[in-house]
Structures are given as C-alpha cells and as structure tokens.
Design a protein around this ligand. Sequence first.
Ligand SMILES: [Mn+2]
Length: 324
Amino acid sequence: MEQVIAAIGKYDKFLITAHVNLEGDSLGSQLGMKALLDSLGKTAVIVDNDAVPEHYKFLPKAAEVSNDLAAKYDFEAAIVLDCPTLKRIGKVQKLIAGKFVINVDHHVSNEKFGNINWVDPNASSAGEMVYKIYKEMGVKLTKEAALALYIAILTDTGSFNYDNTSSVTHEIAGELLGYGITPASVSESVYERRSVADIKFLSKVLSTIKLNKEGDVAYLEVTKAMLKETGADLIKSEGFINYARSVEKVKVAVIFKEDAATGKINVSFRSKGEADVNKIASFFGGGGHVKASGCVIEGSLAEVERKVLSKVDEVLHGRSAGSK
Ligand SMILES: [Mn+2]
C-alpha cells in the first residue's frame, strides 16, 4: 500500500480502469478512487471497456465513466482495480500500453502485471482496499465516495454472507453508513429493480438445474435462445449461480453462459466448503478467488460443459478426466 500511496503522490494525472462487465466492486472501487484523487486535487478519468449496468446508474458520478476507447486521454499513470490479469480490462489495454501501471486487487490469482502491485487476497473487495488508502492518507471521505465503497463491499461479500466477510468488513461498512447511507435504500436500488422479463429469464435459467451423480456439483445454463425469448440481457444473470450453490450438499456450483457477443462460453464457479474453484478456473485460463472464479472457453455449450464438469469432478473426487 505504501508504494501505491507514493505513486499517488508522485503523479498528477491518472486514468482509472477495472475489469470488463462492470459490477458493484469494480465500479464502486473506481468511483471511490476517483473521489480520492479529486479530493487530493489530482486529475483522474475513469475509462472502462463496458458501460455502467442499468442498476448502478443511480450512483453519483456513474455518468462520468467513459466508454470512449477511441478518445485521447492525457494521463501519467493508470490505476487498475479489481483485475487479476491485464487482459481483463479488455480494450482499455491499448490505451494504457507503455504507461506506469498501479495494480490494486484482491484476487488470489492476480498476475502482478503492474509497475506497482498491491494484492491483498484477504481484503473482501477492491473497495475495501481503496477505503484503506483513504485511512492511511488521512483523506476524509465524501458521502458519494462512502456510498460507492459501501456498494463495492456489499456486493462482493454477497451482502455480508460470504466468508470474505470479517469483523473488519463490518467495521468498515459501519463507518461508511455513518456518512448518511441507508442500507435498505441501497439494497433496493441494487437488488430490487428487476423487470418481469428478468424474472422470466431467471425462471428459464433455474429450470436447467442439474446435479452430478454424487449430488455435490450443481450447474445451470444460460442460452442465447433464453435471452431472445425473454428480452433480458446477459448481465442480468449475475448472481443466478447462487441458487445452484444454495442446494444442500452442493460443494461446487457452475453456470455456463452462451455469450452472443463473443461466440464463447462464459463459465462461473462458486464453492461452498473447502473446494478451491480458483484452481479450476485457472486450469481453463481464467481465475478469481478460492470461492468464486470464472473463465471463458471456446466451443459449443455441450462440449464446454463436458470438459468443465469432468475437471470439477477430478478436483472433487480425484478422478481423471474422461473416466466415469
Ligand atoms: Mn472484487
């Protein structure tokens, strides 16, 4: 963290970015970081590969996130938040090529791609790490920054349910609430603004649930057809995997999503108990956390499912791929 603070002191103009498919932590940590740099009188711009999802547009300053990847940005250093690999920032990679890179992340699979790397897998979220920078530098939070960081922590801890939630997480959240944030209204804004199309989409995805023979792996499918039939957006399937994880005796939950934009299959993993799903995702070129990870695989849905489920089985039951 000291190196990050030194770099923040040394440079004046920053570009902030985070991973593709923005969610609560990537967005909240970026907005929190921008507010910090603004408070210090620095210049900072947030540039992301993807647009801010509809249910996060209520965040103050969310409209300032730029998706213009063709524009010229004047900056000396790039701050990359919540990203295990540089590839995860998508097309923003081109914009920051050759620049000084400050990598702040909590993924255990982080590849330390920056000139400075502060990676803390014990942090609940990148938002929590940004909060720690505020504290260490003695910078006062604004209400807007507190809200952004609260959302980062709230969403990455599954509303304080996952085991990355500690007493420290609650202490930080408690302090953030002191800035006049009401948890009920935040929760309503983030989680309770689904459309009927979203619910129909959810019902289609849930109806695909299957278990392996042992009953310790549950998996779901999202097909292009479901999106077409319901008019829902792929991003709305964020969190569906938790239904698979919630099945009794399940140790690993998997969701397979056909991505029409890339023609590939997005695979997400969640684990309950001891299983390390970062290892499984890493095997397929992805990564993440011990209990939550993901990867992108080329191939048909059926083909990818077979490969991945066989690997999960191997990790859980020690059988080699291909055997019954
Ligand atoms: Mn995160």
